[in-house]
Design a protein around this ligand. Structure first.
Ligand SMILES: [Zn+2]
Ligand SMILES: [Zn+2]
Length: 241
C-alpha cells in the first residue's frame, strides 16, 4: 500500500464505498450486477436492439432515420455498458465529483470488451470528445480525455487533444428540440491542428445517448477529410432517444 492509498483510499468504482485490501479493485457483487452491452446490437451505433419495439433490422430507429438524412457522420460505434443502475451513478460521480480513480477500471473494461474491435478499426488516433474550455476549468478535467489516455496506453494508440475543439458555451439543452440541438452542436465544434494524412480516428466519450454530440464531432472531422470516424463510449442509453 502506498501513501496515496491512505489519503485517498481506493473506492469501488460501482458503489463508491471504500474498498478493503482483500476486496481488489471492485466489489465482486457490484461487478456481477453490471449490465454489459449484448448482442443484438445496432450495426452502426452499437445500441442494443429491442425487437419488441420493432427494431428487428440491423439498425436501430435512430440510425435508420439518420441514414435517410444522408448526414455525414460516424461510421460505427460501440459501448461497454447500458446506462442504468450503479454504472450510471458511477459515471456521474466520475464526471461531477471528480472520482478520477475510476479511470483504470473503466479503461480496463472497455479494452476487455472491445479491444479486438478497436484493433480491427485500426484508428491512427484516439480523440476524446472535447469539453468547452470553461466547463473544463470548472470541472478541472475532461473525463473523456482521461478515458482516452488510459485506453490509448493499453492499446498503444496515440491520443490527440489538439484537433477537435468545442468553441462556444452550450447551455444544457434539454429544453430545445433535437434538431435545434444538433444544429447548435455542429456549430460549436471546430477543427484545429489537423495532421496531414489523417484517415481513421476513434472518438472516445463517457456516454452515448442521442448521438448528437458524436455526429457533430464526426461531421466536422469528415468535412475536413477524415475518411473513417468510429467511436467508443463507456455507456449507451437503451432504446431510441
Ligand atoms: Zn461496490
Ligand atoms: Zn443505431
Amino acid at each position: 500500500m502506498n501513501v496515496l492509498d491512505l489519503i485517498y483510499p481506493p473506492r469501488c468504482p460501482l458503489c463508491g464505498e471504500i474498498l478493503s485490501l482483500r476486496e481488489g479493485p471492485v466489489h465482486s457483487n457490484c461487478y456481477k450486477k453490471l449490465s454489459w452491452v449484448q448482442e443484438p446490437l445496432c450495426k452502426r451505433c452499437g445500441k442494443p436492439l429491442t425487437p419488441e419495439a420493432g427494431e428487428t433490422r440491423e439498425l436501430c430507429m435512430d440510425c435508420l432515420r439518420s441514414r435517410h438524412r444522408h448526414r455525414k457522420s460516424f461510421d460505427q460505434g460501440r459501448a461497454v455498458w447500458l446506462y442504468s443502475g450503479d454504472i450510471q451513478k458511477s459515471v456521474l460521480d466520475y464526471k461531477y465529483k471528480g472520482m478520477k480513480g475510476y479511470t483504470d477500471f473503466y479503461a480496463g473494461a472497455a479494452v476487455q470488451k472491445w479491444g479486438r474491435w478497436i484493433q480491427s478499426k485500426n484508428p491512427q488516433l484516439l480523440i476524446p470528445v472535447p469539453l468547452h474550455a470553461r466547463k473544463k476549468r470548472i470541472r478541472g478535467f475532461n473525463q473523456a480525455e482521461l478515458l482516452a489516455k488510459a485506453i490509448g496506453r493499453r492499446m498503444k494508440i496515440e491520443v490527440n487533444t489538439d484537433i477537435l475543439y468545442r468553441k462556444r458555451w452550450t447551455e444544457p439543452q434539454k429544453a430545445v428540440s433535437g434538431q435545434e440541438r444538433r444544429h447548435n452542436l455542429s456549430k460549436s465544434m471546430e477543427i484545429r491542428h489537423l495532421p496531414e494524412n489523417l484517415r481513421r480516428v476513434m472518438l472516445i466519450d463517457d456516454i452515448y445517448t442521442t448521438g448528437s454530440t458524436m455526429e457533430a464531432c464526426a461531421g466536422i472531422l469528415k468535412k475536413n477529410g477524415v475518411e473513417e470516424v468510429d467511436f467508443l463510449t463507456l455507456c449507451i442509453g437503451y432504446g431510441s432517444g
